[in-house]
Design a protein around this ligand. Structure first.
Ligand code: AMP
Length: 403
């Protein structure tokens, strides 16, 4: 069985998936796993695509102190116990900076360029790059592909891609990139099959997970996003504030005496739903809590989604459909109902029975625009990109050999 390994590495966990690939580049998910608790209480867990448990085992802390060690444990488990040796590895890399508008085959030069974007995604980029570097060192012949959260948005018009600051900063890379691009790309590719009537039109996709953003699609292409230079902008998220007057950052530094590092930690870890509720970043907990701060944090989350729907509808000059995706978007009918109420001015009217069962189409037949719930699949998108670059490289090699 030919397989592709997909890796999504964070600071304390490495998530991975295996896809089987056939001669026609068709992909079939085989398993999902993760090594979490890196440097604290490491644990390898994996399930087959059917949900059946394949592994759940704890390791001593010194066995898995960093991301490369976590990947090494996962790789040897795959190789030695499941006899899986992947043809190639696709990685999620948050930031492709101004350089990368599509996935790229990785070599040392690419890694060096991607390291330059570490300050643009301080909590993610270096962890995303760690497994790439360790595989490059240990398996230099193994094809690796980097897939970026920013790439899908790289064709935004200059007005959408810019801040009103001197142009030299734009040239340096200070731009409104947008994120969650692999998720939006997956949805854009799914729309012609799932919602053919609107796929060519103006669609807002709301990716509502622990990170949250919204994207404006015109004919399947991203034209605007609620996120910008970093993944801090736009909607309120689990622990990030979303849109914030830069004056607040100046105040924290100048009046409160916070260091840049403290401000960074504060903005990435202590704000959003967690900061507002003072209790949790988990929407499930907030929805059942009786604490008024928890209720307010949910109200704020919903309110800002409504506001940004207006922003994106203006960018699209109208709206033909609205799509919910990611953890909250796919699973919480209560949040969708509340957002639906905020979108009434756009003609939205939800069918509560269909909404309650997380149906594909959750709007009433007489709704001004249709509303959909589409589960996202960023890992499949990464696997597709990886196979496509691998096949292209092979056909180049074959044609060079033939000529
Ligand atoms: P993600 O980052 O896409 O995995 O989404 C994580 C977020 O989805 C967390 O805030 C979860 O609380 C939220 N979530 C998952 N399932 C539900 C649910 N049934 N109701 C409300 N929120 C949910």
């Amino acid at each position: 069985m030919d397989t592709i390994l997909v890796v999504n590495a964070g600071s304390s966990s490495v998530k991975f998936q295996i896809f089987a690939v056939d001669a026609n580049a068709r992909l079939d998910r085989v398993l999902k796993g993760q090594v979490d608790g890196i440097g604290s209480r490491p644990r390898l867990r994996a399930t087959r695509a059917s949900g059946e448990t394949l592994a759940d085992r704890a390791y001593p802390v010194e066995a898995i102190m960093d991301v490369p060690a976590a990947l090494a444990v996962a790789s040897s488990w795959l190789r030695e116990e499941l006899r899986i040796t992947p043809l190639a590895v696709g990685h999620r890399v948050v930031h492709g900076g101004p350089d990368y508008a599509k996935p790229v085959a990785v070599d040392h030069g690419v890694v060096t360029r991607l390291e330059r974007f570490e300050p643009l995604a301080p909590l993610h980029q270096r962890h995303n790059l760690a497994p790439i570097k360790s595989l490059l060192a240990n398996y230099p012949a193994l094809p690796q592909v980097a897939c970026f959260d920013t790439a899908f948005h790289r064709r935004h018009d200059a007005v959408a891609d810019s801040y009103a600051i001197p142009y030299r900063l734009y040239e340096e890379g200070v731009r409104r990139y947008g994120f969650h691009g692999l998720s939006y790309e997956y949805i854009a590719r799914a729309l012609p099959t799932l919602a053919p009537d609107v796929a060519g039109g103006r669609v807002i996709v709301a990716h509502l997970g622990s990170g949250a953003s919204m994207c404006a699609l015109r004919a399947g292409r991203s034209i605007e996003s609620t996120m910008g230079f970093t993944a801090l902008d736009g909607l309120a998220m689990g622990t990030r504030p979303g849109q914030l007057d830069p004056g607040v950052v100046l105040y924290l530094i100048m009046a409160k005496g916070m260091s840049p590092d403290e401000v960074q930690t504060f903005l990435y870890r202590d704000c959003g739903l967690k900061g507002l509720s003072g209790a949790s970043n988990d929407m499930r907990e907030l929805l059942v809590s009786h604490d008024p701060h928890a209720a307010f944090s949910v109200e704020y989350f919903v309110y800002r989604i409504g506001l940004f729907a207006g922003f994106l509808a203006a960018a699209l000059e109208g709206l033909d459909a609205f799509v919910f995706t990611a953890g909250i978007g796919e699973n919480s009918d209560a949040i969708r109902t509340r957002i639906g109420d905020r979108l009434k001015w756009l003609g939205v009217s939800l069918d509560e029975t269909e909404n309650a069962r997380n149906a594909l189409k959750i709007s009433r037949p007489d709704s001004g625009i249709p509303v959909y719930v589409i589960p996202t699949d960023e890992e499949r998108m990464i696997a597709e990109h990886t196979v496509s670059l691998l096949w292209t490289a092979r056909s180049h090699a074959n044609s060079e050999r033939a000529s």
